[in-house]
Design a protein around this ligand. Structure first.
Ligand SMILES: Nc1ncnc2c1ncn2[C@@H]1O[C@H](COP(=O)(O)OP(=O)(O)OP(=O)(O)O)[C@@H](O)[C@H]1O
Ligand SMILES: [Mg+2]
Length: 276
């Protein structure tokens, strides 16, 4: 895996930023984002996780709840940086996961749309605040967990990203609103031409139900959209890991879902490596 990292290092020109977004709630954004982060960190990449959601699920994936609440109540969170217009370097905190740092969120992020409403260039505020972190070259990857909305804030998240990953739940309503997300992505591309769709990952597949075949068939009707071949199955280890403030990749390496997230990370590296 060191070899892969070196190959990627050789080709990579800058920190790669990937946003996990889908306006459909509960599609697996936070779980996929956190586990891909843990898998990349485990491979030796330096990873920064940016928790862009007021639910703080990404923060809770790596830190104990009390600590997440402390950050949420303090001034050491993303909302504070947005509110004060401060650059993000000083908001980075370490986590127990080696090679992986975090910018924690806050429940106050619920008013971020209101915060942005009166600002000039309101789609690009985060770009300004994140620029010093990117320019420092400290991180190989910045992974962003988006909330289930499509407003100015998520536009900010897409406008700092090189790639968009869309987790889609293998369920009858899993694809509801996907067309809106594609339109939103196209709008973001006008401000951020480099923003590519890295792919769609099908999550929470229940092998007993075979419903995922329906999801896959519907997704394949969209032309030129990459669908990751790695499927993420339902696995109760994911929930036990989250209950222990960890990703399943850290918590239960040998589990089916941990192996799937590692395989998905490798699939992503294969594409990012080829395109960089
Ligand atoms: N592979 C999996 N196996 C079992 N449960 C899972 C799996 N992936 C996600 N879940 C569970 O599904 C729920 C939704 O997942 P998650 O929070 O990652 O979705 P989300 O898209 O981030 O949601 P939101 O839109 O609210 O931010 C969570 O309770 C999570 O524990
Ligand atoms: Mg989430």
């Amino acid at each position: 895996m060191r070899r892969l990292k070196n190959e990627l290092d050789g080709k990579r020109k800058h920190t790669i930023t990937i946003c996990f977004a889908n306006n459909k709630g509960g599609s697996g954004k936070s779980t996929t984002c956190s586990n891909i982060g843990a898998a990349l960190a485990q491979k030796g990449f330096r990873v920064l996780m940016l928790d862009g959601d007021m639910q703080c699920n990404l923060s809770l994936s790596f830190l104990e709840e009390d600590l997440v609440l402390d950050y949420a109540k303090s001034s050491n969170n993303l909302y504070d940086a947005i509110h004060k217009g401060k650059e993000l370097t000083s908001y980075i905190v370490s986590t127990p996961c080696e090679n992986l740092d975090l910018i924690p969120s806050s429940t106050q992020m619920s008013s971020v749309e209101y915060e942005l409403a009166g600002r000039q260039q309101r789609e690009l505020l985060l770009r300004k605040l994140l620029a010093p972190v990117k320019e420092s070259g400290i991180y190989d990857f910045i992974l962003i967990d988006a909330p289930p909305t499509l407003g100015f804030w998520v536009m900010n998240l897409l406008c700092v990203s090189d790639y968009l990953v869309i987790p889609v739940e293998a369920s009858p309503w899993g694809m509801f609103g996907l067309a809106n997300l594609f339109e939103f992505w196209q709008a973001a591309k006008e401000l951020t031409p480099q923003l590519d769709l890295l792919g769609i990952v099908i999550t929470k597949v229940d092998a007993r139900k075979l419903y995922f075949r329906q999801t896959l068939a519907s997704l394949e009707e969209w032309e030129d959209i990459h669908i990751f071949s790695t499927l993420i199955h339902v696995d109760s280890n994911v929930e036990w890991a989250q209950d222990n403030s960890k990703t399943v990749v850290q918590y239960r390496k040998a589990s089916r879902s941990a192996k799937e997230y590692v395989a998905l990370a490798e699939e992503m590296l294969g594409i990012v490596g080829n395109l960089s």
